[in-house]
Design a protein around this ligand. Sequence first.
Ligand code: ADP
Ligand code: MG
Length: 378
Amino acid sequence: MIKVTDLCKTYGTNVALDNVSFEVEQGHIYGLLGPNGAGKSTTMNIITGYIAPTSGEVSINGHILGKETKQAKKCIGYLPELPPVYPDMYVKEYLNFCAGIKKIPKEKKTEEVLSAINRTGLAEVQDRLIRNLSKGYKQRVGIAQAILGGPDVIILDEPTVGLDPQQIIEIRELIRSLKEKHTVILSSHILSEIAAVCDDVLIIAHGKVVAFDTTDHLISDSEHNKRSFEITVKGDKNTVEKVLSGIADTVVNLTFVSEKDGKSSFTFETERTDDIREDVSFALSDNRLLVLSLNENKHSLEDIYLSIMKDSDEKYLEELRRMEEEKDEDSDDLEDSDDDNDSGDDDESEEESEDAEKDSEDAEDDSENQTEDKKEEE
Ligand code: ADP
Ligand code: MG
């Protein structure tokens, strides 16, 4: 449905996206997860045709952006980081205005606007000025605008930033309900949000995709973590320990937890990815030991995220170090006077790209402020 191939985006010397590739299938909710500055908004702005990539290709329902841009854009509804709502318009008036921009045929307009209003729970406030709505309702208006005309894909950039907890719950529910009719891609730097709403997670860091998997699979993925279990057996510590530690190729890192009322508890890990419960319980029952409980401790998405981010940060730093070293080697080859010029040039180009940053995207500044506000709130 959406195919992103080798997407790169650079701003001056700053690499915002570095060879990003992924595919999105119909009917799922995808989460684009990553810390601030990872490249989430850049990815979304490119997929929605707002900005052009430096290189790479995006195809939406077979339409390639840059070649069949109009058709491609028609398949997508977008709620950018800063909702494009006009405070001085009334809700219904604004949505009618958006329907016009989206070139929804006149005879369908009323029906489409009404449907968007109903699906986003805006019926009660449809005749109110947008400026007088709460942040949660303003966000609903932004989502209504995105779903107008029934595009196949809805893209939402940090849709819950700045909302209070009750509003967050409501917006998440609304997003989940979108799945019935649309494929949804939403971005967030909040892990629990992605875990709560999304079927699939794409983790992005320093402009690179560092993980892409189903939420469930990521949690139970044995590549990042050994699976760990907790077991309680009727029997004394030594007998149980002997049997458990003897289950070859299955039980590793056996750790005693407690012994009480003739019951012993242990934790252990396994590298096996299949169901080990039969092997464990049969081994114990062969020794006339009764298993009272055997539970797998699921690693939280948080653990996995932190471990992936740590890996990716280390790789990133290594790459920076390598680039520094290469630069040093290059400048060693040059004469002393050239060295001075070199560093002067570098400073200048950095300033230039900073200026370009300021000029080209005021919106980006605002969004960063917004994120900082959020941080302060937290
Ligand atoms: P995220 O949405 O994950 O917080 P962004 O996609 O906004 O991250 O930004 C990715 C990187 O690209 C950051 O380092 C950011 O500073 C940079 N960047 C984004 N937009 C611009 C721009 N218009 N000019 C210069 N740099 C930019
Ligand atoms: Mg962003």
